[in-house]
Design a binder for this molecule. Structure first.
Ligand code: NAP
Length: 346
């Protein structure tokens, strides 16, 4: 039987991806969509200004957009997916969890809170255990689970592969697509024929979230990976797909072939929306890959793609890429929803 879900912020860039991806999985059925007061009361089709290359699922097109408020939601929903602006989410999500809803959220509020799981199912599924502490400390019947920022999620599965070699430090420089800023984020006059070497708050998110994701859960708390992570974030005029250049200093001295093998060995999760191969790795014969337009849709946009792996005297360098609104946002939350369902948290 399908679980009944709601999508908060359903008219936005990530919210539309939620609607598109949830439609493809039999596990969830969308019962409710919400957005800002300006969209509330309209049919979803009219409010959403749909920009994806597939049609709006018929039954969602006809839904009336609700206000994003616990009072406005049906109380028999099994799960909420959230893609609200983080200042809105910071107010609404705790109220929803207090009212008993389980929320799988993209928004950046509370990602670093000590009692909030920040989870990538293929990397740290055990961190969901923090929900018990969260419910104890906050008195919630519901729960709040986060996925990381889109640039963080692109890099972290590849770093998870490097942990066996002992990570000492990481430096990453990003080339991020405009959809990462949301529909009203970057104007065409700013970005066409241009590159912007600053994305507000993004570098700190990559530096802190990656260390929490790769930390150990001891049953009560999550430690932080004991390594410096330094990020430099850049916006470029691609539509979807964040490309990142990573340099990692390691305790061991692996060859490029050993690093590629370790990346290929990171296991996919046994969840309906997880790709068969989590990290696709190009070899020495394709040094120009990955590229956003050619590689972002691998694994239906749920895979991470790596290439250019090179072992140097100082460490290992490589490039990685993921679809920012699928693996980096809605798809990541969807996977967390599947994990919550499979592990009995709903
Ligand atoms: P967006 O395109 O601007 O969409 C924002 C959504 O929130 C819309 O549905 C909007 O409704 C709704 N909203 C705005 N103000 C609201 C309010 N006061 N009350 C209730 N709903 C409100 O943004 P986005 O890119 O989808 O990002 C959404 C969230 O996901 C953000 O927290 C962002 O940081 C995070 N995220 C985005 C990406 C990405 O690649 N884009 C990746 C990871 C995480 P209206 O249409 O009615 O305005």
């Amino acid at each position: 039987m399908s679980l009944r879900v709601g999508v908060l912020g359903a008219t936005g860039a990530v919210g539309q991806r939620f609607v598109q991806l949830i439609e493809r999985t039999p596990r969830f059925e969308i019962e409710t969509v919400t957005a800002s007061p300006a969209s509330a009361g309209q049919r979803y089709e009219a409010a959403a200004k749909w920009r994806l290359g597939t049609a709006i699922p018929e039954e969602v097109a006809e839904l009336t957009v609700r206000e994003t408020d616990p009072e406005a939601l049906p109380d028999d929903l099994d799960l909420l997916f959230s893609s609200l602006p983080s200042d809105v989410a910071a107010e609404v999500e705790p109220a929803l969890c207090e009212a008993g809803y389980v929320v799988s959220s993209n928004s950046s509020n509370e990602r670093l809170a000590e009692d909030v799981p920040l989870t990538i199912p293929e990397v740290n599924p055990d961190h969901l255990g923090l929900i018990e502490r969260q419910r104890d400390e906050r008195g919630w019947d519901g729960a709040l689970v986060k996925n990381p920022n889109c640039s963080t999620i692109t890099m972290v599965p590849t770093l998870a592969a490097l942990t066996e070699f002992g990570i000492e430090s990481v430096q990453v420089s990003t080339l991020q697509a405009v959809s990462g800023a949301g529909y009203s984020g970057v104007t065409s006059m700013e970005i066409i024929d241009n590159a912007i070497p600053h994305i507000g708050g993004e570098e700190a998110k990559m530096e802190t979230e990656s260390r929490k994701l790769l930390g150990e859960f001891d049953g009560a708390s999550v430690s932080r990976l004991d390594a410096d992570v330094t990020a430099s974030c850049n916006r470029i005029p691609t539509v979807d797909g964040h490309l990142e250049n990573v340099f990692a200093e390691l305790e061991a001295d692996p060859t490029a072939a050993e690093v590629r093998e370790a990346m290929r060995a990171v296991e996919s999760a046994p969840l309906p929306s997880s790709p068969d191969q989590l990290i696709h790795v190009f070899g020495e014969d394709a040094p120009e890959r990955p590229q956003p337009r050619m590689d972002r849709d691998r694994g239906d946009g749920m895979a991470v793609v790596a290439g250019g792996v090179t072992a140097t005297d100082a460490g290992v360098k490589y490039n990685c890429l993921a679809h920012n609104t699928i693996r980096g946002a809605a798809g990541a939350s969807l996977l967390n929803g599947e994990l919550l369902a499979d592990e009995g948290w709903i």
